[in-house]
Design a binder for this molecule. Structure first.
Ligand SMILES: NC(=O)c1ccc[n+]([C@@H]2O[C@H](COP(=O)([O-])OP(=O)(O)OC[C@H]3O[C@@H](n4cnc5c(N)ncnc54)[C@H](O)[C@@H]3O)[C@@H](O)[C@H]2O)c1
Length: 393
């Protein structure tokens, strides 16, 4: 196990009807003027919008609204939000929605205190400072884990670039998590979210760092819990117990608890950001296509087989073939693909409507024209990425 620092100060407020406490909690945290940020019609249809407005009014908290966050959230709205925060003297951001809404608030929160264009922070040209408008959220979609993570991902729709930045100060001050709020998620979105949760667990799990047994075991528990409960909620969307399990997994898969003391990979997220930057597909769908193909590619790399086989045995209950561990590894991939198919997610780029026309550009972007490799568990060259993309096609 490597040395590490870990600090996660987000207060998690979990359970039925917890969203009704948002006003009093914001006040307790020192808010005097709030910007209520959300996406489209889904929170209005579900009645959550009205509950939030009432909770803010009951707490006597003045607030403004910024609707219009879209999946793969746009920097144009972040810029609009920054201007609004400055104009109205906002001192607390309240995100109500999934990762896209929370990430929009996180980017705004640092952008308010930066004099230049916020894309400088997002693109990593300038490091974020130590001042930010605090962020809180009511989570409606377990997936990104942004409710406790220290990073955000934003797209520039004019250049088709999707990238992100982070800071230890970026973690939300508190996150309200009521599993009942996720009953309205369509099956496809539920499946995409679960795939994203599994991907966060696997980006950390696939590591060559030795002696990380405790975080391995926690990660395996997250993966097996999501696998089991995803099947339950696809059958019965209002199963509170199963929704709660998935919601908690979403947060703990991405708050970096399971990443402590180990090298992490993040190749698949990098690849998916490229794909969804160009094609605007759901993040979880992109990961459903890339992860099994990535594992299959790695079956050809001897140094990766033991961990792939361990994953197959412990997560998928595959039988260990000590004479041929690659066969065990392939069984794990087969079972992962089975779940993805059952959940209605795409297994290939063509199923997701993505062609081959950007392959060269994607490989260039990920390796800076072939000048460096990408990924820690296995270092992909530009040519490797092209091979992998063909496998995903
Ligand atoms: N910050 C991080 O740590 C982190 C990590 C991984 C991914 N991300 C990013 O997060 C974004 C994806 O976030 P996401 O997966 O949470 O999805 P999302 O926020 O983009 O939402 C997806 C869709 O689900 C709808 N939705 C949300 N809650 C709903 C509900 N309860 N009922 C019905 N519909 C609902 C939204 O309106 C939206 O149309 C991507 O841009 C991804 O790159 C961020």
């Amino acid at each position: 196990m490597n040395g590490f620092e870990f600090q996660c100060g987000t207060k998690m407020i979990f359970g039925k009807e917890t969203e009704l406490r948002v006003g009093e909690e914001l006040k307790k945290q020192g808010a005097t003027r709030v910007l209520f940020v959300y996406g489209g019609s889904s929170i209005k249809k579900s009645g959550l919008y009205g509950k939030v407005v009432k909770a803010l009014q009951d707490a006597g908290l003045p607030f403004d609204e910024l609707p219009g966050v879209v999946p793969n959230p746009r920097v144009s709205l972040v810029r609009k939000g920054i201007a609004l925060c400055r104009e109205k003297g906002i001192d607390f951001l309240l995100a109500v929605g999934g990762g896209s809404v929370i990430d929009t608030c996180k980017a705004m929160s640092f952008g308010v205190y930066y004099d230049g264009d916020v894309w400088d922070l997002i693109s990593g040209k300038v490091k974020p400072g130590d001042r930010r408008v605090p962020v809180a959220d009511i989570l409606t979609l377990p997936a990104a884990g942004s409710e406790e993570s220290d990073s955000c991902v934003i797209s520039d729709e004019t250049t088709h670039t999707k990238t992100g930045f982070g800071s230890p100060l970026m973690r939300p001050v508190f996150s309200i998590m009521n599993p009942e709020l996720t009953y309205t998620l369509p099956p496809y979105q539920t499946a995409c979210g679960s795939m994203d949760i599994m991907a966060h667990a696997m980006e950390r799990y696939f590591s060559h760092t030795q002696n990380v047994e405790m975080t391995d075991r926690v990660t395996e528990a997250i993966l097996t819990t999501v696998i089991h409960n995803l099947s339950v909620v696809l059958e019965k969307p209002d199963d509170y117990a199963a929704r709660a399990e998935i919601m908690l997994c979403g947060t703990w898969a991405q708050n970096d608890m399971t990443g402590c003391g180990r090298a992490q990979d993040w190749f698949n997220h990098g690849l998916e950001h490229q794909i969804s930057g160009f094609y605007d597909i759901a993040h979880g769908a992109g990961l459903a296509i890339s992860f099994p193909a990535w594992m299959e590619f790695l079956c050809g790399k001897e140094e990766c087989i033991p961990r792939l086989a361990q994953y197959a045995v412990r997560v998928w209950n595959a039988e260990m073939n000590f004479d041929n561990p690659e066969e065990t590894a392939r069984e794990g991939i087969k079972r992962l693909r089975g779940l993805i198919k059952e959940a209605g997610l795409p297994l290939t780029l063509s199923e997701a409507g993505v062609g081959k026309e950007k392959f060269e550009e994607i490989a260039d972007n990920m390796t800076n024209g072939g000048s460096h490799t990408c990924g820690a568990f296995y270092a992909f060259t530009r040519d490797d990425i092209l091979t992998l993309l063909e496998m995903m096609a």
